[in-house]
Design a protein around this ligand. Structure first.
Ligand code: NAG
Ligand code: NAG
Length: 466
């Protein structure tokens, strides 16, 4: 295949902004090299994506396919952030009904590659029938894929790990030392989706296992600088090519953001490295007990804080969260709470911010570390717990201590962990390690190398056409 030949790549991410955004990031980097992308999602999701830069907009075709009406799914809900946790399964069922229109799109366009997500377990067989090669693009690091192991056992459920405790130690196929494993409370309390319930006939593991089994290659948002041992292991387990796409560090696009002027003015008045920025992303919502302990912990720490607090998941969410009585008055001036989206990349790049207290989502890990901010880890969902263990193992941050059985944490443990990571001499190791890793994660030349390497592979193995 002639190198330099332009490709047409279809991307079909899961309906969650934690997936849509890293897909769009990779789409932009590929389009910058002159290749064409068809980015398929639903109309409201596409409408909510960040605006594309003028120079690459003509190369990224945003394909809007309406989500079929599905019983039990609230009106206008098209992404996980629009629905309470217990309705996400209905979103998956609606997503599965996109099979026909997506197939139709693939049949009526000349496509060189498909990059698909974990949820569309039915897409691999469609791609192979049409003779289009298919990559599973994992927005999770290789450690997570490695922890779950061979796809065959994800599909059949035939795992040697049976009781919850089995998942709290490293799996037998991992030959190196690691603390990456689940916490008991994650399995017992926080992970309702671990097994399919009666209304959701297909489990997440079944979805991801089939996606891996039926794809030609696996592309991972990862780098050999960050987790060489896990990348190698995943390639051995899957017996197919595993290609890191780079960590996709954020690039601040300088565009106007609501609230930024106000936030910047406030940050400018704070001491260097003193502010803890608190954010749980678009998907993770804490319950009332957790928000209360977190708020009182921030108050106790005595440190300045900036908190993006999500009070509701979509308008149908019955559980609206409130701050403790008198909290805002008591912390006025020292703390800022925004009940909405705030410009995270701009905040993390500010010198006054010393650390990030968050759910341990992979995108936020990358963004915080690229700006040298230490991590205070409070994971909820399965992938978050594993990522938290991995970054703690690398001494980039520290988990807030919790009750291992029920996951509860206290205001005291919140305050102590924040102070340790941001201020105390004992926590200097985290502040130093994160500065060391900063240059590696934020290296745009390395990122460019990964994208060129990936494109080279796709060019050499593209669809032969009809
Ligand atoms: C899931 O449910 C749908 C619709 O009820 C059905 O068509 C499909 O075969 C089911 N899949 C599995 C794996 O049970
Ligand atoms: C942890 O939680 C469990 C279940 O709620 C409880 O029985 C246990 O006493 C707690 N452990 C500690 C150390 O508080």
């Amino acid at each position: 295949m002639a190198s330099g030949e332009k490709l047409h790549i279809v991307m079909f991410p899961w309906l969650a902004f934690g997936h849509l955004l890293p897909y769009l990031k990779l789409a932009k980097l590929i389009a910058e090299k002159g290749h064409k992308i068809s980015f398929i999602s639903t109309p409201r999701n596409i409408h909510r994506l960040p605006k594309l830069p003028h120079d690459i907009a003509p190369l990224i075709n945003l394909v809007k396919i309406p989500l079929p009406c599905t019983p039990n799914l609230p009106e206008n809900a098209e992404a996980t952030c629009d629905v309470p946790f217990n309705k996400v399964k209905h979103l998956k069922i609606a997503y599965d009904q996109l099979q026909d229109p997506v197939t139709c799109f693939l049949e009526s366009n000349s496509v060189d590659w498909i990059l698909c997500d974990f949820a569309s377990y039915w897409l691999g067989p469609v791609a192979s029938r049409l003779g289009v090669p298919c990559a599973f693009y994992s927005i999770f690091p290789a450690s997570i894929l490695g922890f779950f192991g061979p796809p065959s056992q994800m599909i059949t459920g035939d795992d040697y790990r049976v009781i919850p405790e089995d998942f709290t130690v490293k799996p037998k196929w991992v030959p190196f030392q690691t603390s990456v494993a689940m916490s008991l409370y994650q399995i017992l309390v926080l992970e309702p989706n671990f097994e399919a319930d009666e209304t959701e006939n297909v489990s997440d593991l079944f979805r991801i296992g089939n996606t891996i089994q039926n794809c030609d290659i696996v592309v991972i948002r990862s780098s050999t600088e960050f987790e060489p041992e896990w990348l190698k292991l995943v390639e051995e387990i899957y017996k197919k090519p595993v290609i890191p796409a780079g960590l996709l560090p954020a690039i601040d696009d300088d565009h106007e953001d609501e609230y930024w002027d106000e936030i910047k003015d406030w940050l400018n008045k704070q001491a260097r490295g003193s502010v803890i920025y608190v954010a749980f992303g678009a998907e993770t919502k804490l319950n009332q007990v957790q928000v209360t302990e977190l708020a009182l912990g921030l108050e106790l720490s005595g440190l300045p804080f900036l908190w993006a607090l999500r009070k509701q998941r979509g308008l149908t969410d019955p559980e609206r969260i409130e701050l403790p009585e008198g909290f805002e008055e008591r912390t006025r001036g020292r703390g800022m709470v925004y009940p909405t989206w705030v410009p995270q990349v701009k905040i993390l790049s500010h010198d006054s911010v010393g650390g990030l207290l968050f759910h341990s989502g992979w995108s936020s890990v990358v963004e915080a570390v690229q700006f040298g901010k230490a991590l205070v880890l409070l994971p909820f969902l399965g992938d978050q717990g594993l990522i938290a263990k991995q970054v703690e193992e690398k001494k980039l941050g520290l988990l807030i201590p919790r009750n291992e059985t029920d996951g509860r944490f206290t205001r005291d443990s919140v305050a102590e962990t924040i102070k340790l990571v941001l201020v105390d001499a004992e926590g200097k190791i985290y502040r130093d390690k994160v500065k060391e890793m900063k240059g590696i994660i934020g290296d745009m030349d390395r990122q460019n190398y990964y994208v060129e390497n990936l494109i080279g592979y796709l060019q050499n193995h593209k669809s032969m056409g009809k």
